[in-house]
Design a protein around this ligand. Sequence first.
Ligand SMILES: C[S@@+](CC[C@H](N)C(=O)[O-])C[C@H]1O[C@@H](n2cnc3c(N)ncnc32)[C@H](O)[C@@H]1O
Length: 184
Amino acid sequence: MEMKNERSFYYEKRDQFNDSIDTGSVDRRMQASLFYYLNRTCFNGLCRFNNSGHFNVPFGKYKRINYRRDFSIYMQKFKKWSFICRDFERIEIDGTGFFYADPPYDVEFTKYATDDFTWNDQNRLIRWLDRHDGPIVISNQATNRITNLYLDHGYNVSNISAPRFINANGDRSRAVEIIATKNI
Ligand SMILES: C[S@@+](CC[C@H](N)C(=O)[O-])C[C@H]1O[C@@H](n2cnc3c(N)ncnc32)[C@H](O)[C@@H]1O
């Protein structure tokens, strides 16, 4: 697929991607190519869908984008991986393997999907992780209630200044992120 860091081309491809969501009859290979292109070209690499399930991130502001065209180096690596897309509670937790959870950030107005990830979901996630005996790492926005929640569930926590801003439109202060670890 052709990839260009150009506004009109971007919106054309975004429409094409959203049409493929609407029709349901998709060429998966093409849809994956479109998603890669949109993800690299869109504003800040965001992944956001509106209530109709359409990808709605505007065109980005990159001077130059090095698009990858050859993904063969990943093929060997991913051979033994399974990619699953479903609610976390429907993923089987087996044994003592390493777990990294990167849930939607606990912050107002941040939406990664059609449905909001609510405070109840943040609690649901931590209770579900309590069933796992192996090492766990969780990252999130360092709000007070998230810090308290992770401490209450026996995690060690540390804060880092995230390489992103709270609000691209005005507030230029860096987001503070929490890294919570357990059984490590
Ligand atoms: C902060 S993003 C993770 C980004 C990812 N680590 C990456 O580097 O691309 C949060 C992710 O949680 C997913 N998510 C939202 N609700 C979920 C749920 N109930 N169960 C599992 N995943 C969920 C979203 O689709 C989104 O991809």
